[in-house]
Design a protein around this ligand. Structure first.
Ligand code: ZN
Length: 328
C-alpha cells in the first residue's frame, strides 16, 4: 500500500461537472462560486478558512468520524483526476470496514452513481441547511433510502465498487447546496473531528452522546454530574479541575490531550459509571446496549464487534485505541 500503484484511490474524476447540480439544474451564483472554488481546486487555501469560519459552537459534538483508515497518496481534496479535481477525501481500509453517518440527517440518495461523475455504490445524507455528505464505493448498505439517521449510525461498509484501484471510502462534504463541495478535512476539523483518526475535540457548549460519556467518566472520579449530554458550565468546570490535576491546560476542551487520561481501560467484569460511558458511545455506533454500567458478556460482544468492524485488535477490551475510535 505504500507503493504509488497500490494506493487505493479513485481513477475517475469524481468532480461535479461545473455549473450543474446533481439534478441537472443550474446552480445559483452562490452555489456556482462555492462549487467552482472547491471543486476546481481554486480554493485549496481559501476553503479551509471558509470551513473554519463557520460557527462551530452549536455544531460541536454533532459530527463524528465516518470511517477509520488512512489517507492514500493522491486521495486528498483537489488532487488531479484527469482534467478535473478530486471532490472529496479518500479513507482506505479493507472491504467491510464500518461506515457511519457523519452527522444526523436523512438519506436522500442510495444506489449506484447517485451523483454525477461518481461511480459505484453511494449514499447522500442531507443534514439540513444546505449541508450534505456523500459516501462512495460502498460494498454494502445498511440504511434505506429516506431513512433518518443519527450521527454515528452504521450506514454500510467500505468497498471497492466503481472505478477504483482499491477499497476505500470516498467522503465528500457539501455546504451551500448539493454539489458545492468543500475540503472534508478542515470541514470536519472545524466540527471537532480528525478524519485521520485522532481523538475528537469537544468544547464547552457541545452536546450529544460523547458528552454523556465524558460526564460518566467524570462521575467515575466522583464528579457527581447530571448525565444529560449537555456540556455546560458545571461539567466543563469539573473537566477543567481534572485537567489542572493532570498538569494539562485547564481549557475545558476534551481533546487529544485530555481523552487519553480521562478514559479507563475496561474489560468484562468492570462495573461503574465509566462502563456506562462506554456503553453510551457503543450505542452511538449502533450497539443497542442497556446502559447499566455492567460490563458483561453482551457488552464484550459489542466491543469485539466494533473492533472487528473498525480494524482494531479484537480482544473485547476497551483500551485507549478502542475509545479513540468510539468517540471519533
Ligand atoms: Zn475519492
Amino acid at each position: 500500500m505504500c507503493e504509488h500503484h497500490g494506493e487505493p484511490t479513485d481513477i475517475q474524476p469524481e468532480a461535479e461537472p461545473p455549473g450543474r447540480t446533481s439534478s441537472g439544474r443550474r446552480l445559483s451564483r452562490r452555489g456556482l462560486l462555492a462549487g467552482a472554488g472547491a471543486g476546481l481546486g481554486l480554493a485549496l487555501v481559501g476553503a479551509p478558512r471558509l470551513a473554519q469560519a463557520a460557527s462551530t459552537l452549536s455544531l460541536n459534538g454533532a459530527w463524528c468520524d465516518p470511517a477509520r483508515g488512512s489517507f492514500p497518496n493522491g486521495g486528498h481534496f483537489g488532487a488531479p483526476r484527469g482534467n478535473a479535481k478530486h471532490a472529496g477525501q479518500d479513507i482506505s481500509n479493507p472491504v467491510g470496514t464500518a461506515l457511519y453517518a457523519a452527522a444526523a440527517g436523512t438519506v436522500i440518495r442510495r444506489g449506484v452513481g447517485v451523483l454525477p461523475g461518481r461511480t459505484g455504490n453511494g449514499i447522500v445524507i442531507d443534514h439540513g441547511g444546505g449541508t450534505y455528505t456523500y459516501y462512495g464505493h460502498l460494498n454494502s448498505f445498511s440504511v434505506s433510502q429516506g431513512a433518518k439517521v443519527v450521527a454515528g449510525r452504521p450506514i454500510g461498509t467500505m468497498g471497492a465498487t466503481g472505478n477504483v484501484t482499491g477499497p476505500h471510502l470516498h467522503f465528500e462534504t457539501h455546504t451551500g447546496g448539493l454539489g458545492a463541495v468543500v475540503d472534508p478535512v478542515p470541514f470536519m476539523s472545524a466540527r471537532g473531528v480528525d478524519l485521520r483518526g485522532g481523538w475528537c475535540r469537544l468544547n464547552p457548549g457541545a452536546s450529544g452522546q460523547r458528552v454523556r460519556a465524558v460526564q460518566s467518566l467524570m462521575n467515575q472520579r466522583g464528579a457527581g454530574l447530571v448525565v444529560d449530554g449537555a456540556y455546560g458550565k458545571v461539567s466543563s468546570d469539573a473537566v477543567k479541575a481534572f485537567q489542572k490535576s493532570k498538569g494539562l491546560v485547564a481549557d475545558g476542551q476534551v481533546g487529544p490531550l485530555t481523552w487519553p487520561v480521562l478514559v479507563y481501560t475496561l474489560r468484562q467484569g468492570a462495573k461503574g459509571d465509566h462502563v456506562k460511558g462506554l456503553q453510551v458511545v457503543l450505542n452511538k455506533r449502533g450497539a443497542g446496549l442497556v446502559v447499566d454500567g455492567e460490563f458483561g458478556g453482551v457488552s464484550t460482544t459489542a466491543v469485539r464487534t466494533f473492533q472487528g468492524a473498525n480494524r482494531l485488535v479484537v480482544d473485547g477490551e476497551a483500551g485507549p485505541l478502542t475509545w479513540q475510535a468510539l468517540v471519533a
